[in-house]
Design a protein around this ligand. Structure first.
Ligand code: NAD
Length: 430
């Protein structure tokens, strides 16, 4: 077996942080085992007919990690790298993310092993409908509520909702979030994760007493989240000096004109041919002399192999799990502050919750209301995480895990009547 894969297994990285927080909270072995084990793991296989008439088989997953705090919530990823350990880690991160942000959901995640760029829109619709019909017994507005993730967006969520509604014989918009507005989506959801990242980045810079005006930023990944993050930080006066997608990394040390670059990228579906920046190596982007580094693509962008070369003072984890647990140690000793994924990218799940609420209450909020409420949630979470980190002299990541674990563990004990288990020690957490 490839030791690199084992070393940077995202589920192992999640467990490593989980155990650090569980040690601090003196969580019993019984409870620890329960909290780290997914409630449900479903593997599905299905065939669809391609546009050329041939049949093609696909494999997919849905992992429900926890429903302790509410219906499980988490995106669906279409990517060739999707595998069970990745989905298990992503599902657990959703549990900690909703818990740390005080959102009454649990955690789940799903995925299909495929490259969405290889398929037509009609084929993607058939893939999504087939995946949904295999998982119709798992999903439900009060059971398990999917959302977009890498390789999926509002179209896939609309097909999922339609297929699920057909199977259940009635329209059920609340089964999924991240839908188009015409299907019951929320204003502000598409850009919510990026907007949330900009709020959290500015709070972190303020905490570090760094002026955001002109501060240099490098962003890996230019999909839904990376693109909006770049735009909102540019609008706040920050200098975005480098961006990348899976094919190309671009750099302009004087700062990229992000609105112009977005128009170019959307027209060409690529950075190729953009003349106002230099093409650099992908690894170089992560190691540029910038103030803020934003990995917004995949897990394990920063590991023990490159963590020592990072020059940014602040890393804002926009992807889920972009920093491996062995890299945490190197970054800490180099005084690089890492804002963890469960806090940094929580704008998306927060507005997903608002969408789900609007669906169940049959309401429509305006964009000012959505953005204002999201900002309130994120500001509260940021202050809770950073004050806990300072109080116990732990990293913001472990502080976020401690807060989340404390909430999920207490509720689990309550639900199971586990009064024999040793009580949590950090009861002073506000
Ligand atoms: P997306 O599919 O819209 O975009 C992914 C981007 O990453 C693309 O630009 C792709 O080209 C790029 N990419 C992939 N591999 C790369 C590599 N090796 N180097 C550089 N770029 C690479 O996905 P997204 O929705 O923007 O999600 C990105 C990350 O953010 C994922 O980790 C996802 O789990 C996380 N996230 C997304 C949301 C959301 O609301 N969409 C919310 C929270 C977290």
């Amino acid at each position: 077996m490839n030791t690199e894969i084992i070393k940077h297994n995202p589920f192992e990285s999640m467990l490593d942080r989980f155990n650090k927080a569980a040690d601090l909270l003196h969580v019993s072995d019984v409870l620890r085992q329960k909290l780290q084990t997914p409630e449900k793991i479903v593997k599905v296989n299905f065939d669809i007919e391609l546009d050329n008439g041939q049949l093609k088989s696909f494999e997919g997953f849905r992992v429900v990690h926890s429903t302790v705090l509410g219906p499980s919530k988490g995106g669906i990823r279409y990517n060739t790298c999707v595998n069970l350990d990745e989905v298990k880690a992503l599902a657990a991160w959703m549990t900690w993310k909703t818990a740390v942000n005080g959102i009454p959901f649990g955690g789940a995640k799903g995925g299909v092993i495929c490259n969405p760029l290889d398929y037509s829109k009609a084929e993607l619709e058939r893939i999504t409908r087939a995946y949904t019909s295999k998982l119709a017994h798992v999903f439900g507005p009060d059971k398990d509520v999917p959302a977009p993730d890498m390789g999926t967006g509002a179209d896939e969520m609309g097909w999922l909702m339609d297929e699920f509604s057909k199977i259940h014989g009635k329209k059920m918009p609340g089964v999924v979030t991240g839908k188009h507005l015409k299907h019951g989506g929320s204003v502000g959801r598409v850009e919510a994760t990026g907007r949330g990242v900009s709020i959290i980045t500015l709070l972190a810079l303020e905490h570090m007493k760094i002026n955001p005006m002109g501060a240099k930023v490098a962003i890996q990944g230019f999909g839904n989240v990376g693109m909006y993050t770049a735009l909102f930080l540019y609008e706040k006066g920050m200098k975005i000096v480098a961006v990348s997608d899976v094919n190309t990394a671009l750099c302009n040390i004087y700062g990229l004109n992000i609105p112009e670059l977005i128009v170019y990228y959307n027209e060409n579906k690529s950075f190729a041919g953009y003349t106002k920046a230099n093409v650099i190596q992908h690894e170089e982007l992560l190691e540029l002399p910038v103030d803020v580094l934003i990995p917004a693509a995949m897990e394990n962008a920063i590991t023990d192999e490159n963590a020592g070369n990072i020059k940014a003072m602040l890393i804002v984890e926009v992807a889920n799990g972009p920093v491996s647990s062995d890299a945490d140690i190197i970054l800490k000793s180099n005084h690089v502050l890492v804002v963890p994924d469960v806090l940094a990218n929580a704008g998306g799940v927060t507005v997903s919750y608002f969408e789900w609420l609007q669906n169940s209450l049959n309401q429509k909020w305006d964009v000012a209301q959505v953005n204002f409420r999201m900002e309130q949630v994120l500001q509260k979470s940021f202050h809770e995480v950073f004050s806990t980190a300072e109080l116990y002299t732990i990293s913001p990541r472990i502080a976020a895990y401690v807060i989340a674990l404390d909430r999920v563990a207490k509720k689990t004990e309550e639900q199971m009547g586990m009064d024999t288990v040793a009580g949590l020690q950090l009861n002073t957490l506000k």
